[in-house]
Design a protein around this ligand. Sequence first.
Ligand code: NOJ
Ligand code: CA
Length: 675
Amino acid sequence: MLIRLFASILLFCSAGVAVAQPAKVASPDGRIAVEISTDNDGRPSYRVSRNGKPLLAPSRLGFILTNAPKIERGLQIGEPQFSKLDETWEQPWGERRHVRNRYNQMRVALTEKNKPFRKIDVVFRLYDDGLGFRYEFPQQDALTEVKIGEELTEFNFARDDATAWWIPSFEWNREEYLYHRTPLREVGDAQTPITLRFADGTHVSIHEAALVDYSGMNLTRVEGTRLKADLTPGSEGFAKVERTAPFHTPWRTLTIGDNAAALADSSLILNLNEPNKLGDVSWFKPMKYAGVWWEMHLDLKTWASGARHGATTENVIKHIDFAAKNGFGGVLVEGWNVGWDGDWFGNGEDFSFTQPYPDFDFPKLAAYAKSKGVQLIGHHETSANAAHYESQMEAAFDLDKEMGIHAVKTGYVADAGGAKLVGRDGKVHLGWHEGQDSARHHLKVVTEAYKRQIAINAHEPIKDTGLRRTYPNWISREGARGMEFSAWGQPGNPPEHETNLVFTRLLAGPMDYTPGIFGMKTRAPDGVATTWAKQLALYVVIYSPIQMVPDLVENYEANPGPFQFIKDVAVDWEESKTLNGEVGDYVTIARKQRGGDDWFLGSITDENPRDLKVPLSFLDKGRKYVAQIYRDGPDASWKGKRESIVVEQHEVTSNDTLELKLAPGGGQAIRFAAK
Ligand code: NOJ
Ligand code: CA
């Protein structure tokens, strides 16, 4: 009996060394554990438990290749190698200054038992708030050119009591969908991050970190509660991924917490990225920015030239004056360059990134902005013709540099699958916004921009996987339904939208959402479906180092009371804490200003009113603050009086508790001004 037991837990690898099965590793606090083993056919799988309870049942690992036999069975596990790290690193800008990176690592080799003895490594990193794992393809004669048809990675949930929040993958409008809320066993093809809540309150987000030179990972539900990787296709004529060994995949990640708030406060994705490899980015200052923008989305002005052209010298001067007067650092100008006339959707080859329209006096505006202490923010809409953009990119960034520009918003408007990308053969191919060539394109843009001290805010981007740690001039992006949907969406964004975003899309990284609208009647059927107080709260709730002040100048000037919060709110943070929240229902976040003593709080709800008790224990002990409160009026509601807002102030300390009353579709914004 004893002997049989012994035989079942030991295998012999080809070198004759006995290897314990399964190989195991646990998180530093011991709560999360991972085991990897092979079955009788040599098929590798991993499983995950938390607090001793299974979370993932055995979940497969491996690859289907298009230029070689698959790597999926007939494998054996080598001796695991363990290591650990506990370091604290500093973000140049961010939602917190210091990030603790503490993990236990296990590396195991999977080697074929038979010729040609191909080998891949799987590396697991376990944190207290989740785990990441990736495959590494070492250099070896038997496997040099690797063409991946599919990754077989699974997330096979051991429990069937989860609710999932997700958006569909491979749909024409890319990431711009409202979130589905379904039982886990009704998920279809989903993008990541996808968020799950189990009956015991455990929350899990599946995503990826460090998506470099690889295709983005989607998930498909194979059956029951078993999800599987579904990589974005490669460009026309290419496999999903084509690499030369040695290389490694992005990290596949599970962020795990006891509640929704824990997901929002996790730094797992950042920690799994490489440290800054560009260098100094102190020239980039987090900022708020105005723009010639919302008036085009309302169709009051046009990107195209003509009588209603928005980007005229005169209109830009008006916005520079507005920014300067109110202390905003930048002014975005869209529609400044030739290419917008006609049907620009999908016609990226018409754009020039160096030739302004004649009624936009670039040098004059650059000089005027400089004299007012404001920067112009560049705009490069490419219509996802990345190839055409690359042909002008260096000249475009040179020009921007000359004009004193330190931030450029890029745009990739085109239907999914309709991007035009440079393949590894140097030719132009149709491809996907999240395919391997797109991943390569974005890093090319970010590194070229960095050489000229320019930061990038990409719209219709590849998804965020935490690369801002490695490339800290990649400051923000869109990648979800932004405020623009409330201008013209059919439908617009419903009241619960932002309470979904915080616990889904925003787990990936900063978003250029553009909150702060006061003019609630728009072209969308429900207009901007929130109260004013909620618009203010979004500046704290949604993290981005650049935050737009997008509404018409007139709407701000007519409402100096609530506008004061937008002027005061910080954009760079020493610390951030999610105080409460439920996915799709409500959330409250407090953040401490970096380089200052003030704290700010934002609280938002969906279509339901809420009363939330918030202890102020996050405030610095022993300090007095004036709480400048912007709350929903008693009759406020997204269905009725959106503009009903009360502005009041009183003194508080960390011993106090506030009772927040949020209206339907409402919110509350507070500045705690240190005395
Ligand atoms: C979509 C972007 O999200 C929006 O901000 C921009 O104004 C338009 N594309 C035009 O580039
Ligand atoms: Ca809800």
